[in-house]
Design a protein around this ligand. Structure first.
Ligand code: XMP
Length: 515
């Protein structure tokens, strides 16, 4: 999204939170790379620039940042590393930290400085080692850390502010007040973001492709549902949603698709390809192999069915609609992650490569939105609460919830146990108090008693976690009575299961899925 507030990303893991907090305050902003920022400044002038935090040290950084500060009337906010850049640029002194300040810290407003809504002392989130030790000329100190370090500086006459702490992080209790101080009092900007403008902007974007045939690999999940409903509002029957049944779905998924077919005006074609998938997976035991096989088979099935459909209907698709969200977009531009050496824990992108292969252009109308904004848009579009607040469900589905080799019988055990868990969560009104909830079949047999006889049967693990974005997660604390009820129903109703366990591992170290 083009915006006149640029957030220059130096690779901090918190950069996207700045955009989030700005939106909560009613402002759009755009995350860009340093190179992009320096290049753009040759021809355009933003209304404000934010220099984010980052893992580097100014002592190793030889970039010439002068274009950011060439116009002293241009509001600039430096956060953490950003403050060190401006501290050094304006002639102050940055020193290598001996000890560093990481995590929660207490901040004091310095004498003579006060901020509406910001108390004298307050908890903030710090994550730095280097710090500004001597103020640049014409700057005043506004905050100090409890260790006596400079934690905030402000130019005496120009709209330039530096913060050593992270106002965008949830743990900084009054962070929003500081950001609002920059946007309102220092930069004097007008608000331009609301759920209404969000919907209008997205609709505008979709209008550009009106008249083309649009294809959607529809999963029925929140993102593809909202994206499809948005596009359908503009292009009507030129949107075709193809839903591939890979045989690895839960009863609730099939139910939702049928309901959507019935209750919405979306054009949904169901492709039943379960046999093909199960056959392709018959020798796969390893999680990554299974993911690759499922991804590959999906592309093959999808491509073939779509070509058949094009032939029989005499049409040609031009666009592929995808429900890509902003965090994925940011991930792909972040200097920290791009080309970085991060290890692939799981290959998530099951349908990557589809647009190139099918010679389709991409349509990603949600690519500037965060998940909660997508949900809000879904409600605005008239979608039912239950559809818009569904838990995430991974592309490989039950394929990674039966550990090791899959069989029809093991898939059934997960389907039936998952349905019980789902029904009980709804029944006990606990569905919305957990972020994701599912069952996993463990390939271990344990001894039990059923009736008067000894049985030797498999185990179901329950996994329920709370999370913001799936990157970290904590175990959902649920009432024993609820867990007991689920366990007893699974043992009684699912053939072949005699034992139920509750996974109490946070992420890290345990990933959310078991495979
Ligand atoms: P992990 O298991 O990596 O899961 O902690 C984090 C989130 O990602 C989902 N997940 C996947 N989603 N394809 C997907 O589309 C995958 O292969 C995949 N693996 C995990 C998982 O359900 C959780 O929400």
């Amino acid at each position: 999204m083009k915006s006149s507030i640029w957030i220059v990303d130096f690779g901090s893991q918190y950069t996207q939170l700045i955009t989030r907090k700005f939106r909560e305050l009613g402002y759009t902003s755009e995350i860009i790379t340093v190179e992009d920022g320096l290049e753009r400044l040759k021809t355009i002038k933003p209304k404000a620039i934010v220099l984010s935090g980052g893992p580097q040290s100014v002592f190793e950084d030889t970039t010439d940042y002068s274009p950011f500060f060439a116009d002293l009337k241009l509001p600039v906010l430096g956060i953490c590393y950003g403050m060190q850049i401006l501290g050094q640029f304006f002639g102050g002194k940055v020193e290598k930290g001996v000890q560093g300040e990481y995590g929660l810290a207490q901040l004091h407003c310095t004498k003579g400085f006060s901020l509406a809504g910001f108390p004298e002392k307050s908890n903030v989130w710090m994550s730095h080692s280097d710090h500004v030790s001597i103020l640049p000329e014409n700057f005043q100190q506004i905050f100090a850390s409890e260790n006596g370090l400079v934690a905030g500086i402000k130019h005496k006459t120009n709209p330039i502010l530096g913060l050593q702490f992270h106002p965008e992080v949830h743990h900084t209790v009054h962070g929003k007040e500081v950001l609002s101080y920059f946007l309102n009092d220092i930069a004097k900007l007008k608000t331009d973001w609301s759920s209404k403008t969000m919907l209008e902007n997205s609709l505008e974007e979709v209008k550009k492709v009106k008249g083309s045939k649009i294809l959607c690999a529809f999963s029925g999940g929140v993102d593809s549902l909202v994206a499809a409903s948005l596009v359908q509002k503009v292009v009507g029957n030129d949107l075709y949603c193809f839903f591939v049944d890979n045989g690895l779905l839960r009863p609730q998924d099939i139910h939702t698709i049928k309901l959507l077919q019935e209750k919405t005006s979306l054009n949904i074609e169901i492709i039943d390809a379960s046999d093909l998938f199960l056959n392709a997976l018959k020798d796969d035991k390893d999680p990554e192999h299974k993911r690759k096989t499922i991804g590959r088979t999906f592309i093959e099935v999808f491509e073939q069915k779509v070509h058949e459909f094009e032939k029989s209907h005499g049409i040609k698709f031009e666009y592929l609609l995808q429900g890509t969200l902003y965090p994925d977009v940011i991930e792909s531009i972040s200097p920290h992650k791009k080309g970085g050496k991060s290890v692939t824990i799981k290959s998530h992108h099951n349908v990557g490569g589809l647009p190139e292969r099918m010679h389709l252009k991409l349509l990603e109308p949600l690519r500037f939105l965060f998940k909660d904004e997508v949900r809000a848009m879904g409600l605005e579009l008239g979608l039912e609460h239950g559809w818009v607040f569904r838990h995430p469900f991974p592309g490989p589905g039950i394929g990674v919830r039966v550990l090791g080799q899959l069989s029809l019988d093991s898939i059934r055990k997960v389907q039936e146990s998952d349905q019980i868990l789902f029904e009980e969560l709804k029944e006990h009104k606990l569905y919305d108090s957990t972020w994701q909830a599912f069952t996993v079949l463990l390939p271990v047999k344990t001894v039990g008693v059923k009736g008067d006889g000894r049985v030797y049967e498999e185990v179901i693990a329950l996994r329920m976690v709370n999370s913001e974005d799936g990157m970290t997660a904590s175990v959902t604390e649920l009432p024993w009575s609820f867990l007991n009820r689920v366990s007893s129903r699974i043992c009684n109703e699912v053939n072949g299961i005699t034992r139920v366990v509750y996974d109490i591992t946070s992420k890290p170290p345990g990933t959310i899925e078991w495979e």
